[in-house]
Design a protein around this ligand. Structure first.
Ligand SMILES: Cc1cc2nc3c(=O)[nH]c(=O)nc-3n(C[C@H](O)[C@H](O)[C@H](O)COP(=O)(O)OP(=O)(O)OC[C@H]3O[C@@H](n4cnc5c(N)ncnc54)[C@H](O)[C@@H]3O)c2cc1C
Ligand code: SF4
Length: 337
């Protein structure tokens, strides 16, 4: 049986109190829904002295969406995101991605901030202490070498959040906050710049920093969607996922954003696919070419179920199906706002 290690739970009542708690306790970690972190603690992957529960900070629960854009606080639960009528109407990819996370129970508990800050995953890492010890551990924790790519000097664990590829194609920006003498300091950056292609570091957060809010720009004539390939139809992380947002005017694709999840330590923005789509009239040949370019863009290593070749093939399939749907060339039709 896996048991939680001992820790002290802190329940600050505001964002500034939460930041002070983190600053005063260097061994502390933030917790929101706990659906990722508590499992990892049971597996011996993290052993924080304190957990700082963010849910008591009212500043992190704001969810506003409408014609001018959307603001989503870090502690907003995934079920609230997926069911919000304006998110469904204006940011379809995000609602679909939140709906694809695990299952309803975890969506009711897990938050969007926790999904953005999710740890990277690997077959050799997300295991019990006993399992990992039998193998001599790995580079990401306690071991000398990467078990998935022994010749490499870095960790290739996958960033497997469902909502992040969707947020990226929708143009999300993230507000990062930190405690300082005058109160709270902040920086706002494009979400794609928040991630680092390194399975150990995973994002740009410095100790004591938190994600406070996500901002989405206004959408007009944007069709967006999300497709996920996983081992089982329920409660499984993606083996590969694709999100796309297309703006279409007069029968021409004026803007295209495509991102791929779970194939690297950071989400992959499919630049070549976007270039191929932009300015073109949608045809089946264009969709095939765009999907092919997605597969070429990714280079997964063998660190989760399915061979790298199979996952790249499924990236192509997922992308083709999604583009067909959004462009009305497949069996389903996307909805524009
Ligand atoms: C069985 C199972 C299946 C799952 N399947 C999926 C899946 O298919 N897709 C998917 O995306 N996820 C999946 N998850 C993971 C998890 O449920 C979600 O990613 C969820 O959104 C995490 O949010 P949380 O609030 O519970 O995060 P927590 O567990 O509270 O935190 C996760 C990490 O983020 C940090 N953190 C949390 N909030 C902040 C913040 N505001 N600022 C800075 N750091 C922060 C924590 O310190 C921790 O490192 C699954 C989990 C389980 C147990
Ligand atoms: S990619 Fe390598 S170093 Fe990273 S978690 Fe997996 S086995 Fe460990």
């Amino acid at each position: 049986m896996m048991v939680l290690p001992e820790f002290k739970l802190m329940r600050p009542a505001s964002l500034s109190e939460a930041l002070s708690a983190l600053a005063q306790n260097p061994g502390a970690m933030a917790v929101a829904g706990g659906t990722d972190l508590l499992v990892s603690m049971k597996q011996g992957l993290y052993n924080p002295t304190h957990l700082v529960d963010l849910k008591g900070a009212p500043e992190l629960h704001r969810l506003e969406a409408g014609e001018g854009g959307a603001t989503i606080g870090a502690c907003v639960r995934l079920s609230r995101v997926k069911n919000h009528p304006e998110i469904i109407r204006r940011y379809g990819a995000l609602s679909q991605a939140a709906d694809a996370v695990a299952g309803p129970a975890l969506q009711n508990r897990g938050t969007i901030g926790g999904n953005v800050c999710l740890d990277t995953r690997c077959y050799y890492y997300n295991q019990s202490d006993f399992w990992r010890q039998s193998l001599g551990f790995c580079l990401k924790k306690d071991g000398p070498v990467c078990r998935a790519a022994p010749a490499a000097k870095r960790c290739f664990a996958n960033f497997s959040s469902d909502t992040v590829p969707a947020l990226i194609v929708l143009g999300a920006r993230v507000r990062v906050v930190c405690g300082c003498e005058g109160g709270v300091s902040e920086r706002v950056l494009p979400l794609e710049d928040f991630f680092v292609e390194d399975g150990m570091k995973r994002n740009v957060l410095a100790p004591g920093e938190l994600v406070a809010e996500l901002y989405l720009p206004a959408t007009r004539n944007v069709f967006s969607g999300y497709r996920k390939y996983r081992q089982r139809g329920a409660i499984d992380y993606p083996l590969v996922s694709v999100a796309a947002a297309l703006s279409i005017e007069d029968g021409v694709i004026r803007g295209a954003r495509v991102a791929v999840g779970a194939m690297a330590s950071a989400p992959v923005v499919a630049l070549e696919t976007m270039e191929a789509l932009e300015g073109a009239a949608p045809t089946p040949e264009l969709i095939s070419k765009a999907a092919e370019l997605v597969a070429k863009r990714t280079k997964p290593v063998k660190n989760q179920a399915g061979s790298p070749g199979h996952r790249r093939l499924m990236a192509k399939v997922m992308c083709r199906r999604l583009l067909e749907e959004l462009l009305g060339l497949g069996p389903l039709f996307g909805k524009a706002v």
